[in-house]
Design a protein around this ligand. Structure first.
Ligand code: FAD
Length: 421
């Protein structure tokens, strides 16, 4: 092992990407310290879909059983045409049974994954996680990195060998490193609702449904919920002229739900939230001894459930590279691979797929909508095309393939006409 090992690897942010990175490092015997600004794990509903490629990584960390036990297995997803009420296409991850031991997604709330990872992390004496501890400054030297950590009324300096900024979309680490976050913000916001109403009867136990519509689309998912019995979550775009308060108003929520899914009696809505959605990728994922990962490095719309999965892949790949360099199995230059691989892969697999998914959901031109649906039907009914499509959608391809030589970074500069969004 190199002398680097005497200093811990520092992680800013104890969200899913930070704690998975910490666990992957700690399991290699590397000292690691995580600093999380919040007082406790954020339990508000956020990402829930864990894809096959990620499940394979979680299995290596020993987290798979927990995630499956506390989640819901979902082999299918369906795309619907809201105006005709017809199902356009059904996709079945079961077709990947020869490609992965996990031919399904697991619907498991991200805070559960964070709690499982922290539980495992606490077993390592060389790993710590500190809550109510905000990283406020970053300084780099040839042989070390220093951060200022603000906790209560104290600020102290911590020295490490490397720093991972896993501190979310507004990343302080990314800003401190002066790394630009190029891309755009969608003009509409996304409204997320969780209801106790059971859609299973209507949607035949398919846990992931996407309703395409030129006026107002919807994504409908089942997730395991606090008691594990399952709750349904709905995602809608707000109207451009609608304020957050209007979108969150109980009467407006009831009208929105009834207009989309009419039923007798009121919906019981147990959680509501509105959030801004961006398509952005950091200009670089590494600067010297500091790296950014997860939402700190890339953000995208949630259609396809790709952002957090890709962030977990960042964490795994970066911890492997750091491990091999710290153990002197690879030269320090191997760390360049992190930016060289992850950034183009994000454009190719996450930005492109989520932008395409959103465009398909909201397409206004009837001819284009019809052509899109026809293309989806063709893919879903041709086994070879179906498999190819799902290898991409499950991020298996992104793990097995090298990125294209020139990633399509232009994608985010081609800002679409906001009037169409
Ligand atoms: C409201 C909402 C709903 C979402 N819904 C979905 C969804 O339905 N599907 C989907 O795929 N994705 C969804 N996402 C995105 C998904 O939640 C993120 O991709 C995921 O959380 C990224 O994980 P992360 O660990 O990179 O960042 P985060 O989860 O943001 O974690 C970053 C952590 O860093 C901490 N932190 C921040 N600054 C500092 C600092 N200076 N010092 C120390 N700690 C710091 C934060 O408190 C936080 O705990 C949603 C996001 C939001 C905000």
């Amino acid at each position: 092992m190199g002398s680097q090992l005497e200093r811990p690897i520092l992680i800013a942010g104890g969200g899913p990407v930070g704690v998975i990175a910490a666990l992957a490092l700690a399991q290699q015997g590397l000292p690691v310290q995580v600093f999380e600004s919040a007082q406790r794990v954020d339990e508000t509903p956020r990402a829930a879909t864990t894809h096959a490629a990620t499940l394979e990584m979680l299995a290596q960390l020993g987290l798979l059983e927990d995630v499956i036990r506390h989640g819901l297995l979902a082999p299918l997803f369906r795309i619907w045409d809201r105006s005709s009420g017809e199902m356009v296409a059904e996709f079945d991850f079961g077709i990947l049974r020869d490609d992965t031991p996990h031919p399904y997604v697991v619907q498991c709330d991200q805070h559960k994954l964070v709690n499982f990872a922290i539980e495992r992390l606490r077993a390592f004496s060389h790993a710590t996680i500190e809550f109510s501890a905000s990283v406020t400054e970053v300084r780099q030297f040839d042989d070390r990195v220093e951060i200022s950590v603000h906790c209560g009324s104290n600020t102290r300096t911590i020295t490490g060998s490397y720093l991972i900024g896993a501190d979310g979309g507004r990343s302080m680490v990314r800003r401190a490193l002066g790394i630009a976050f190029e891309g755009y913000t969608h003009p509409e916001r996304f409204l997320v609702l969780s209801t106790t109403f059971d859609f299973s009867g209507t949607y035949d136990d398919c846990l992931r449904n996407y309703f395409s519509d030129p006026e107002e689309w919807c994504a409908l998912f089942k997730f395991s919920g606090a008691d594990g019995r399952g709750l349904w979550r709905l995602l809608f775009p707000t109207r451009a002229d609608e304020t957050d308060a209007e979108a969150l108003d109980s009467g407006a929520i009831e009208r929105r739900l009834q207009a989309f899914f009419p039923k007798a009696g009121e919906y019981s809505v147990i959680h509501r939230n509105v959030y801004r959605v961006h398509q952005r990728v950091a200009d670089r994922f590494r600067q010297g001894r500091a790296f950014i990962a997860g939402d700190a490095a890339h953000v995208n719309n949630p259609l396809g459930g790709l952002g957090l999965n890709f962030g977990i892949h960042d964490a795994i790949e970066l911890s492997r590279l750091l491990g091999s360099v710290v153990r002197d199995e690879a030269p320090a230059s191997a760390l360049d691979l992190y930016d060289l691989r992850r950034r183009p892969l994000n454009f190719e697999y996450v930005q492109r797929q989520t932008i395409d998914n959103k465009n398909r959901m909201e397409e206004k031109d009837l001819n284009v909508r019809t052509a899109n649906f026809e293309a989806l039907r063709k893919v879903a009914t041709d086994p070879a095309a179906h498999r190819t499509y799902l290898l991409r959608a499950s991020l298996i391809d992104s793990v097995r393939n090298q990125p294209r030589a020139n990633a399509d970074t232009i994608l985010l500069r081609e800002r679409r006409d906001p009037a169409r969004l």
